[in-house]
Write a protein that binds this ligand. Structure first.
Ligand code: UFG
Length: 324
């Protein structure tokens, strides 16, 4: 298929482009490079521009004539969404709407949307499935949930097929080491652990050790970026036979604590992680773990990387020798 990847210069989007190309798809990337990297775009032509720019999108769509769209372009720092929500409603909501307006002019063009565990808000159960109540507690989660709701309406009214994937904690990197997670500034746990080990930052801060979890630190569901991307491949096939505005939770189904992450990093690198404990970070739920049985049953998806050290090993190979 000819597939347009919006946000294809970013962390997950760039891994997606590689996988799509390996599966014989023709790829084009749209990215405004606000957080992505031109160097990460190696499997399709890069069109630098903003999905909020209708004239720009028209040019790309007329030129490339996509048969499907994968939409990764977004701002994704929870804390920033609290202090500056406008960025999130403009980039994640308003610009997505602009993109969908262009997509729906192509009859039955499938769209896959990157959603997030943040749409669920404070977890009310150990495992979070699709039926879990959705009361996001920050503008990031609210902007993503609003887009999911738009997609429901667009299916009902315009028969625009779509699939939303709620990622839990995306982690790891391309095992070949050519692309990986590279946010500036970096706020995520695993890259910060490796930056700390490599002396690229000062001792990292661990946000809270008094949570009601087995070791007092937060528990997260780390899922390998390539496993997330594999779900998109399966989703594209699924949308050919079962149309709708569908949504799936994607995670390993296993929780690992922040201390587990530090321990795994020390085992992989043989270096103690310079760190200090500090106050809780506002808005961090104590535990976020996915129930992905619907994705397993419907799409045949499984996370091939189920062990934290295996996921982190790929991240380490990337961070040790980062290209951008
Ligand atoms: N953490 C630290 N120190 C750091 C960075 C993180 O202790 O320097 C802790 C956090 O407090 C949290 C855990 O590590 O307990 C994971 O934090 P991340 O920032 O790596 O990831 P989040 O769980 O906050 O964020 C993820 C996704 C978001 C999504 C959110 C849902 O990255 O896109 O889950 O809550 F919105």
């Amino acid at each position: 298929m000819r597939l347009l990847v919006c946000g294809g210069a970013g962390y997950i989007g760039s891994h997606m482009c590689k996988l799509l190309a390996e599966h014989g798809h023709e790829v084009a990337v749209v990215d405004n490079l606000s957080t992505g990297h031109a160097a990460a775009v190696r499997w399709g032509e890069l069109h630098v521009g903003d999905i909020g720019d209708a004239a720009f999108l028209d040019r790309v769509f007329d030129d490339f004539r996509p048969e499907g769209v994968l939409h990764f372009a977004a701002k994704s720092i929870v804390g920033e969404s609290v202090t500056d929500p406008a960025i999130y409603y403009l980039n994640n909501f308003s610009s997505s709407l602009n993109l969908f307006e262009r997509v729906r002019r192509i009859p039955e063009c499938p769209l896959i949307f990157s959603s997030t565990a943040a749409i669920f808000g404070v977890p009310r159960s150990d495992l979070i499935n699709e039926a879990h109540p959705k009361y996001p507690i920050n503008a990031y989660g609210r902007s993503k949930l609003a887009v999911e709701q738009v997609l429901q309406d667009y299916w009902t009214a315009y028969a625009m097929p779509s699939m939303s994937f709620r990622y839990f904690n995306a982690a790891g990197a391309d095992p070949a080491g050519n692309i990986g997670e590279a946010h500036h500034p970096e706020t995520h746990l695993i890259p910060r652990v490796f930056d700390s080990i490599l002396g690229r930052s000062c001792a990292m801060k661990i946000f809270g050790d008094d949570y009601e979890t087995p070791d007092g630190t937060c528990v997260r569901d780390f899922v390998h970026v390539n496993d997330l991307c594999n779900a998109h491949l399966l989703g594209l096939e699924f949308l050919k036979v079962r149309r709708g505005a569908l949504a799936f939770n994607l995670g390993n189904g296993t929780g690992f604590s922040v201390r587990d992450v530090l321990k795994a990093a020390e085992e992989i690198t043989g270096v103690a992680v310079p760190h200090e404990f500090t106050d809780r970070r506002p808005g961090d739920p104590s535990r976020l773990v996915a129930d992905s049985s619907l994705a397993r049953e419907s799409l045949g998806w499984t996370a091939r990387y189920s062990e934290l050290p295996d996921i982190m090993q790929t991240a380490w190979a990337w961070h040790r020798d980062r290209k951008f």
